[in-house]
Design a protein around this ligand. Sequence first.
Ligand SMILES: C[S@@+](CC[C@H](N)C(=O)[O-])C[C@H]1O[C@@H](n2cnc3c(N)ncnc32)[C@H](O)[C@@H]1O
Length: 285
Amino acid sequence: MNQRVDYAELFGVAPLAPREFEQIRQLAYRTFGLDLKSGKEELVSARLRKLVREGAYHSFQDYYQGVVDDRTGKSLLAMIDALATNHTSFLREPDHFEFLRTQVVPELSRRDPVEIWCAACSTGEEVWTLGMVLTEAMPGRRIHINASDISNKALRSAQRAVYPVARCQGVPPAWMSRYFVPDALPASAYQVSPTLRALASFRRVNLVESCNWPQQFPVIFCRNVMIYFDSPTQEKVVAGLSAHLEPGGYLFVGHAESLARVSHSLEYVKPAVYRKPLKEGKWNK
Ligand SMILES: C[S@@+](CC[C@H](N)C(=O)[O-])C[C@H]1O[C@@H](n2cnc3c(N)ncnc32)[C@H](O)[C@@H]1O
């Protein structure tokens, strides 16, 4: 029997009504671009029920009102933390890192430091993968990864950089010994080494708003976040990312995120890799 369980109801909160779903959907869309399609009611109910209970609200309507009325913005941040999908892993979509190593790094041969942006970095696995790949590919050079996400919770995990053994499965053993230290003995979790951690800085950036980095980057990774946005939001986000790319710079998006239906000014390089056109036919290396 496939019976639908409403977890909020289970914990004494009235089930999420269609009107409440619509209010939360609109708030999430307005504030961070999340496109919650119809059919996501159960997901919203499951992800927000803890906040509803913790705030001692009797209904999702009360909870919604509480978020809107909270002038500190803390409730909204907690809602974003709860609704955002943080799934990620080390060396996810590995051909991107191979392309970076074999095609992009040689083009950056005269740069020192090399500074890139990892947007929507979630809990950090992508940031540390970039750190390892670039350290291996350009030994001795200064590398800096500007990492960002909208979720403070994800950013805290990324900065702490502690991962259970199971999450490190995809990392080659040689890199495990070079770039990780056991977090506890016997090792059930590992922490990224201080040297690798020193390559990254973290900040909260909502891609739907303007990002205000003072510089442009030769490489931006922004993967597996645009799938949660509708086309007008994707277009706006890609325009913001493009503005922060140097002419000739590369944008990596997730493989499920073709920009085919979005109007943009970038050149297609290969699946999920785009490049800002060069101004004078030459990259400022
Ligand atoms: C599925 S994770 C992707 C992580 C990583 N980039 C990867 O490909 O493995 C999506 C991340 O996007 C973040 N996110 C969602 N909406 C965002 C927004 N408007 N601005 C910035 N980050 C956002 C979420 O907090 C989450 O950490």
